[in-house]
Design a protein around this ligand. Structure first.
Ligand SMILES: Nc1ncnc2c1ncn2[C@@H]1O[C@H](COP(=O)(O)OP(=O)(O)O)[C@@H](O)[C@H]1O
Ligand SMILES: [Mg+2]
Length: 397
């Protein structure tokens, strides 16, 4: 996959002599030591990451860890002291002022925590603001903005003032404003952090839906680990201006790699994080005519029966299996006593099927057989590790 944003060894020091702080950091001194010895604040220390095109990339960290500083370096509101930042391969560190203005105007849109709406302008006027800045003529921007307001469910509010809207609706206006522009990078700095938990959860679902519609690359900043796992295709966890761990959510939770990250993973609801495919055994089904489709299954396990288009039509229990060998027709042996789940179904749903004690087949979006669920695997997937330190040892092994 190609990268939309590349950050390479970026440092940002807030202080009068960044060179001295840089030298200290590079010789292994901490942010704390730099502050004590030089009075300078380390914003970013040797940050490197790659944001794939079309991903939702989460920057997660506690307050003061450097998230906003990183976002500001990427849209070049502030200048890093060292390192390179590239957008679609173009180095923007060192670009001219004019080129930077152009990039900010056309490539990157921001969505802010406190919405940044003008109180005495209507929803429509606020939403079209980004397009107005880009010099889009009135008629064209109205058309575009009304389309986007429709998608975020605010079309009937177009002529209302922001003050008459709830927090969630105001943030939808902020989102609409960013989505209406042609910018293919959206930076959302704690965009949902000010919202009440229920509204926030709705907005997260909304963002995932919009992401499927608009295909933008989203750099999403949050201090909430759960939010990072729910939204992120990848997550970078920051502390003291450094990236402590980077990867896909499932890997971060199963292999945190260090105790700092492990502490965040302890309370994660793994049943919401992992899907059916993560507990799937790739066993081969039998065709209705008795032909095996692939290799043989493990003994003592049920075998699923599929038709010519790989749709599951029945299951044969382990005790009936030996009868197949003596030529009994599959039709008479198989039962309809099974469940099917899509491979992308979360384990919270899959687990709820287990109590019926029927075998569970995993199918793809088109209903084609992929494998079967091993209920014991569900237990080991959703159980949290006993101790963080045993986890990190496991990760090193
Ligand atoms: N303009 C600034 N001047 C001095 N220190 C700053 C400035 N902006 C941020 N910092 C410091 O840089 C560090 C990272 O801040 P920030 O990026 O805002 O963190 P976050 O967004 O993760 O809460 C903090 O220690 C903060 O105090
Ligand atoms: Mg911040």
């Amino acid at each position: 996959m190609t990268d939309r944003i590349t950050v390479e060894g970026v440092y940002k020091i807030f202080g009068r002599s960044p060179e001295s702080a840089l030298a200290m950091l590079k010789s292994g001194e901490t942010k704390e030591a730099v502050l004590q010895k030089t009075g300078q604040v380390v914003g970013l220390s040797d940050v490197s990451l790659s944001v794939p095109v079309g991903s939702i990339y989460m920057i997660m960290g506690l307050s003061g860890s450097g998230k906003s500083t990183l976002a500001r370096c990427i849209n070049r509101l502030i200048e890093p002291n060292a390192g390179r930042i590239l957008i679609d391969g173009e180095e923007i560190t060192g670009a001219s002022e004019a080129r930077l203005r152009e990039i900010r105007r056309t490539r990157i849109s921001m969505v802010f925590q406190h919405f940044g709406l003008l109180p005495n302008r209507t929803v429509l006027e606020n939403a079209e603001f980004g397009l107005k800045l880009r010099g889009v003529p009135a008629a064209a921007r109205r058309k575009k903005v009304m389309e986007v307001l429709e998608v975020v469910g605010l079309a009937s509010w177009a002529n209302h003032l922001p003050g008459t809207l709830s927090g969630g609706m105001r943030q939808r206006v902020g989102l609409a404003r960013a989505l209406a522009t042609d910018a293919d990078v959206l930076i959302m700095d704690e965009a949902f952090s000010a919202l009440d938990p229920l509204i926030r959860s709705e907005m997260q679902d909304e963002l995932l839906r919009l992401h499927r519609t608009f295909h933008k690359t989203i750099l999403f900043i949050t201090h909430d680990f759960q939010e990072a796992l729910k939204l992120g295709s990848r997550v970078a966890i920051m502390a003291d201006g450094m990236v402590m761990r980077e990867g896909v959510p499932q890997d971060i939770v199963t292999k945190p790699g260090n105790d700092y990250v492990a502490a965040f993973t302890r309370d994660v609801n793994r049943a919401h994080l992992f899907d059916a495919s993560s507990v799937m055994v790739e066993s081969s089904p039998l065709r209705l005519d008795g032909r095996a489709s692939g290799g043989r299954d493990a003994e003592g396990e049920p075998v699923f029966i599929v038709d010519d288009s790989m749709q599951v039509v029945g299951v044969v229990g382990p005790r009936q299996l030996p009868c197949l060998a003596d030529g009994s027709a599959i039709q008479s042996l198989m039962s309809k006593d099974y469940e099917t789940v899509c491979g992308t179904e979360k384990l919270s749903v899959v687990a709820s099927l287990c109590h019926r004690d029927r075998p569970i087949a995993v199918v793809d979006e088109g209903g084609r057989y992929l494998g079967r669920v091993d209920p014991l695997q569900i237990l080991s997937r959703i159980g949290a590790p006993a101790a963080a330190s045993s986890q990190s040892r496991g990760a090193e092994a």
